[in-house]
Design a protein around this ligand. Structure first.
Ligand code: CU
Length: 270
């Protein structure tokens, strides 16, 4: 009983705290940070949960009713009935209707996620065994993103989720993500943005998100990709427009993909 109460109260507390990473005793989703995740959460909370609860309660009621009503002591001569057309039609039709009621809004959300609005910036995520590589194709930026080992963590960095080089994006901008892999299947997933796409070698998948709040968001590779599958996390830092520009100017130098002619001369003369 104590344990149940503990779970209940931690659930209440974690619901109010900003959770952009998994938390202890978490039930349900991480806090939504994008429009599409809000839609997913509301679809789950307002439609799926009530349906699941109603079905469970109904089945439980039927089981209890059958146990009492048809118990051996009250029915010395058991009924020989085998068919009832009305009941059979009903238990086929009603589940079909329930499925349609769930499918319509579900497809609506899926198609909305699949239609990419005009992007403000594009990033490319490449899955490797076992880390992520990122490119900003329009900015001549390329870098790798490795998990930070537990012994090297700073106090504010979550274990198995923090990385050395984070993806940095501006807040309230449409970010298009091109996703691919270089060796085996991986998947780029960020729960608070409602984003999850497979990274397939030789093929580019697309997705998008628009982060509504500044913060650091954590995700993980979500396709079993080998022995260190659990150790290739994804960190996205959502910052203000100005901070993003500042980061860009540093990153263009630090993570330059192609060194231009002037720089080549400088390097050669050193
Ligand atoms: Cu992976």
């Amino acid at each position: 009983m104590k344990k149940i109460l503990f779970i209940f109260f931690t659930l209440l507390i974690t619901q109010s705290a900003l959770a952009n990473q998994p938390v202890d005793w978490q039930l349900g989703f991480q806090k939504a940070a994008s429009e599409s995740m809000k839609e997913i959460v509301s679809f789950h909370n307002n439609l799926l949960l009530p349906i699941i609860i109603a079905i469970s309660v109904f089945v439980l009621f039927l089981m209890l009713y059958a146990c009492v009503r048809f118990r051996a002591s009250a029915n010395p001569n058991p009924s020989k009935r085998t068919h009832n057309v009305t009941v059979e039609v009903l238990w086929t039709l009603i589940p079909c209707l329930i499925l349609i009621v769930m499918a319509v809004p579900s497809f609506k959300i899926l198609y909305k996620q699949d239609t990419i609005p005009k992007a403000d910036l594009t990033i490319k995520a490449i899955g490797y065994q076992w880390y992520w590589g990122y490119e900003y194709p329009d900015e001549n930026i390329i870098f790798d993103s490795y998990m930070i080992e537990t012994k090297d963590l700073k106090p504010d960095q979550p274990r198995l989720l923090a990385v050395d080089n984070e993806v940095v994006v501006p807040v309230d901008k449409v970010v298009k993500v091109l996703i691919t892999a270089n060796d085996v299947l991986h998947a780029w997933a960020l729960p608070s943005f409602g984003v999850k796409r497979d990274a397939v070698p030789g093929r580019i998948n697309e997705t998008w998100f628009k982060a509504e709040k500044v913060g650091t968001y954590y995700g993980q590779c979500s396709e079993l990709c080998g022995i260190k599958h659990a150790f290739m996390p994804i960190t996205v830092k959502v910052v203000s427009e100005d901070e993003y520009e500042e980061w860009l100017s540093e990153a263009r130098v630090k993570f330059a993909k192609e060194v231009n002619e002037d720089d080549k001369l400088k390097i050669a003369s050193n």
